[in-house]
Design a protein around this ligand. Sequence first.
Ligand SMILES: CC(C)(COP(=O)(O)OP(=O)(O)OC[C@H]1O[C@@H](n2cnc3c(N)ncnc32)[C@H](O)[C@@H]1OP(=O)(O)O)[C@@H](O)C(=O)NCCC(=O)NCCS
Length: 157
Amino acid sequence: MGTKMISTRHLVKGEDLNHHGTLYAGRGVEWMVEAGFMTASAATESEDIVCMRINSLLFSKPVPKGQMVIFDSCICYAGRTSLTAYVKVSNSKTGDFIVDGFFTYVYTDENGRPKAHGIVIEPENDLEQQLYDEAKKIQADSKAEAKTYYLRKDLSK
Ligand SMILES: CC(C)(COP(=O)(O)OP(=O)(O)OC[C@H]1O[C@@H](n2cnc3c(N)ncnc32)[C@H](O)[C@@H]1OP(=O)(O)O)[C@@H](O)C(=O)NCCC(=O)NCCS
């Protein structure tokens, strides 16, 4: 694969809850962005990385207070300056799958501009190939989709 899987955990505490008393989605996303950042940072051996894109997320199970969530993350696709991390979240107590997603980071220079990272990802098994193909498609679709954002901006004038 080129970069290794990193696993991190968070304990769901009072300040992480929504009004239903379960993990607040915004906190979950924050932890996912952090997990992806750690993998991108390990791959580039640098903290000069910014998160550019989060793809769609679907939360399939609530997580109650006091339980722990596991974040498994790996870099599954690399462009010239971008790296896409796959992040999977599960409940450490029940083993339930919570949510997964792809997060794109850009490696930057001292002026915050994109810089080539020189990383090449070569899938070594079916799962890695599947993640690679999916992330590659997301990157391509994302650039086309970005154009519709500009259309929306024009409509609001
Ligand atoms: C990330 C940032 C440096 C990229 O600069 P840019 O001039 O917009 O991007 P570029 O056109 O040079 O492309 C840089 C990379 O992003 C990719 N990219 C461009 N548009 C994209 C899109 N819509 N979706 C996904 N990736 C995209 C490019 O393909 C390129 O990757 P590659 O070299 O691997 O092919 C800049 O957009 C930025 O600073 N964004 C804010 C980041 C931030 O603050 N994040 C925290 C969020 S609050």
